[in-house]
Design a protein around this ligand. Structure first.
Ligand SMILES: NC(=O)c1ccc[n+]([C@@H]2O[C@H](COP(=O)([O-])OP(=O)(O)OC[C@H]3O[C@@H](n4cnc5c(N)ncnc54)[C@H](OP(=O)(O)O)[C@@H]3O)[C@@H](O)[C@H]2O)c1
Length: 334
């Protein structure tokens, strides 16, 4: 049976402007990095996408290389965009990225004009779209002159292949430079994508978050749950169908000390009337520079639990903020 979206979906989500722009993004967005490739059956992918839609999640985040295998996440979403999701195209923000290895040879990676144009054309083909809403340069390129990357991004917008531009994993200095160049060229650069969560505060300490704020861009925070560590998932051991069960290094990071910290965080979350995952998402959203938290999910229940955060309070008292810092043995921040 054809999918019909929940008519109340827009009452279930809050939307925020992405920096100084007219683009509104849902406070909770869905990423397609790990669970939308050939490793997941099509019925589950449908279920995850439709659940997200029904929760009012309008932003689906992809990259050329998401899968596994590379390209398969775009191909799988493309099948839905050609069928069940076709009537909803104008309600959706579809992003993709280029800049990580995609095909062998000198043009399959990084930030050259040659790579960005070829990769985006391939992505549009897989997605079955004429344009994406946001096209991100996926990571800084130490060898290509920044002017070349910036000019290519501007030309991609001029050709109508992307509506807005984003930069992913740029540090403060490169962000400052790229932002100036993109502004000079009147390019609609509106969003930065960086890792940010209670356990990883690099963008707070290295000046990136302040630069995003100063430049009036939106921050879309990825890995807000630290791959699921900041949820109730591992409080009683490692479940079979979990990321930790599949990834040895991640499982090793869940030391006894870390698990003890997570239990204490879970108690703080319960005091707030939230699950640990919800508190972790609210903690990221508490700063207005953050437009959206970009979640991954392997079940519809995870999406529902996480999407509910959009209508919860993102206010933290000083006592809550300091006690979270103390539990994690980190310097006090506000
Ligand atoms: N720009 C970049 O370079 C970059 C890098 C990384 C990610 N991203 C984007 O950010 C998105 C999210 O990244 P991420 O997957 O690292 O995010 P995350 O939200 O930190 O982790 C997602 C994982 O946490 C678990 N989870 C989610 N909700 C849960 C809940 N309520 N309770 C228990 N467990 C829960 C699931 O793992 P299980 O599989 O164990 O169920 C899920 O796959 C990606 O899909 C991608 O779009 C971008």
């Amino acid at each position: 049976m054809a999918y019909t979206a929940n008519p109340d979906r827009y009452n279930n989500m809050n939307y925020a402007p992405c920096g100084h722009s007219g683009l509104q993004l849902p406070r909770v967005a869905l990423g397609f990095w790990q669970n939308f490739g050939t490793n997941t059956d099509p019925a589950t992918i449908k279920d995850l996408c439709f659940t997200a839609m029904d929760c009012g999640i309008t932003y689906f985040d992809l990259a050329n290389n998401y899968g596994p295998e590379p390209g398969s996440a775009e191909r799988n979403l493309g099948k839905l965009l050609r069928t069940d999701l076709k009537p909803y195209r104008d309600e959706l923000i579809i992003s993709t990225k280029a800049g990580h290895p995609m095909w062998p040879g000198p043009y399959g990676n990084w930030g050259s004009r040659k790579h960005l144009f070829a990769s985006l054309d391939q992505s549009l083909e897989r997605l079955g779209l004429d344009y994406v809403d946001i096209f991100y340069h996926h990571r800084m390129d130490p060898n290509t002159p920044l002017e070349e990357t910036v000019d290519a991004l501007c030309d991609i917008v001029k050709q109508g292949k992307a509506l807005y531009i984003g930069l992913s994993k740029y540090d403060a200095a490169h962000l400052e430079q790229a932002s100036r160049m993109l502004e000079e060229r009147h390019c609609p650069f509106v969003v930065c994508q960086n890792r940010y969560n209670m356990l990883d505060r690099t963008i707070e300490t290295n000046g990136t978050k302040d630069t995003i704020y100063k430049k009036e861009k939106g921050l879309v925070a990825f890995s807000p749950l630290a791959r699921g560590a900041l949820s109730g998932r591992y409080l009683n051991g490692i479940p079979n169908a979990s990321y930790a069960a599949r990834n040895h290094d991640f499982a090793k990071s869940l030391t006894d000390d870390r698990l003890a910290q997570l239990s204490c965080l879970n108690a703080v979350a319960a005091e707030r009337g939230q699950t640990l995952a919800q508190m972790a998402l609210s903690w990221v959203l508490r700063d207005n520079v953050v437009t959206s938290v970009l979640i991954g999910a392997s079940t519809p229940e995870q999406i529902r639990e996480n999407a509910a955060v959009a209508s919860q309070s993102h206010h933290f008292s000083d006592v809550e903020v300091f006690s979270i810092d103390d539990i994690l043995d980190l310097p006090h921040t506000l």
